[in-house]
Design a protein around this ligand. Structure first.
Ligand code: CS2
Ligand code: MG
Length: 402
């Protein structure tokens, strides 16, 4: 039996904060799993180090499903981002090990390729229309065939999704940055700039937009109708998804495709959305939704209802997460699109071998396992640096969804 012998929780601030789980077996085979939860990283690090690691020592590393069930049911307390991210990290690491032991990339263990390459989308943004157009132009020149467009709304300060500098990172403050939000201004402004993007670039690329949980259902219905002429690939997170049934109201008013899931972490959180076809893309990530084992279940349920994948993949999920996500993306029949962001140079120094971008697509590594190596010496150069995601407040001071 290939027993789990060593469990390491690796925390680094390489470009941004990442938590990585490394499992080593009695045969000396190592597997990696991403355990990064932006703004709450140490909660997962502690969950893994203090609660899960003692349970893993001596377990048979080949028993991936049993370990998943053991950690999920054994916690007693169900679901949630911290628990499901910790389970995900163990799951990814065990799939990585299994691939290395049999000498195959993980995607081969998931049924092999259903496509030759994985379509990705990038994040263009701007503080005003000229800078958004410039950024979109650059993404087009780099070969992206799908681009998300986000622009600052005048008078709203740090509107969501606007990159500062080369790398997009929303968790940039020592305490939560308080950003002003006005639905009225957004609803007046966003359809207009998305229309100008289409005027500038036409329709021969996929245009995406992230509403980021900001609207009420009827406001989202109105937004969806307003942007129908722009033929978005999707409008993302139009309204908070705790009440899954509420999306029916949006559906009744607009044909703009809907993508939901990045803040959700189990099949049950998206079950109603999928089985009632209230969404078109499910965005749950391999890191926050229980790993490869559970995300495959979500995608298989989605396939029954013609819902496609659209995995979350920002810079606050590590290159290990991207490698695991692309292993699923290339194998499942109902792949939609994969979010793709360029990692900081420091991140690339620590994590090596992850899927690389070429002409609008990525492809998985052919190396056994997930194909990512973690450089401890490089990681040690970048200490953990606690950062918080922003919060949003309305003009009257009340809190809004960020
Ligand atoms: C965003 C994320 O990529 C997206 O779709 O919603 O950038 C999100 O804001 C961050 O992952 C939060 O840490
Ligand atoms: Mg999003």
């Amino acid at each position: 039996m290939s027993a789990i012998e060593k469990v390491e929780v690796l925390v680094t601030g390489a470009g941004r904060n990442f938590v990585t789980l490394r499992i080593t077996t009695s045969d000396g085979v190592q597997g990696l799993g991403d355990a990064t939860l932006n703004g709450r990283e140490l909660s997962v690090a502690s969950y893994l180090r203090d609660h899960i690691a003692p349970l893993l020592k001596g377990r048979d590393s080949t028993r991936i499903e049993d370990t998943w069930q053991y950690l999920y049911k054994g916690a007693y307390w169900r679901r949630g981002p911290v628990t499901m991210t910790a389970i995900a990290a163990v799951d990814m690491a065990l799939w990585d090990i299994k691939g290395k032991v049999v000498g195959l990339p993980v995607y081969q263990l998931l049924g092999g390729k259903s496509r030759d390459k994985v379509l990705v989308y990038g994040h263009a943004s701007g503080s005003d229309l000229p800078s958004l157009i410039d950024d979109m132009t650059e993404f087009r020149e780099r070969g992206y065939q799908a681009i998300r467009a986000q622009m600052a709304v005048p008078g709203m300060g740090g509107t969501y999704g606007v990159r500062k500098g080369a790398i997009y990172e929303p968790a940039a403050a020592d305490l939560p940055d308080e950003q002003l939000w006005s639905t009225e201004m957004y609803l007046k402004f966003a359809p207009d700039y998305l229309g100008k993007v289409r005027e500038e670039f036409g329709f021969d690329f996929h245009l995406l937009h992230d509403v980021h949980h900001r609207l009420t259902p009827i406001e989202a219905a109105r937004f969806g109708k307003d942007v129908e002429p722009m033929r978005l690939f999707w409008m993302e997170d139009p309204t908070p998804a705790e009440n899954q049934e509420t999306f029916r109201l949006i559906r009744e008013h607009t044909t703009t495709p809907i993508a939901v899931g990045e803040v959700l972490n189990s099949i049950w959180d998206v079950q109603h959305l999928i089985t009632n076809q209230l969404i078109d893309y499910v965005r749950t990530s391999v890191t926050h939704a229980g790993g490869i084992t559970h995300l495959r279940r979500i995608f298989d349920l989605a396939a029954l209802y013609q819902v496609r994948s659209g995995s979350h993949g920002p810079t606050d999920l590590s290159p290990v997460s991207l490698a695991a996500a692309v292993s699923l993306d290339i194998a499942i029949p109902n792949f939609g699109i994969q979010e793709h962001m360029v990692f900081a140079p420091e991140t690339q120094e620590v994590f090596r071998g992850y899927p690389q971008f070429a002409a609008g697509y990525v492809t998985p590594s052919e190396a056994p396992g997930l194909g990512v190596e973690y450089d401890d010496a490089a990681a040690a150069k970048f200490p953990y640096d606690p950062k918080y995601l922003p919060v949003a407040r309305r003009a009257d001071g009340s809190l809004h969804d960020w």
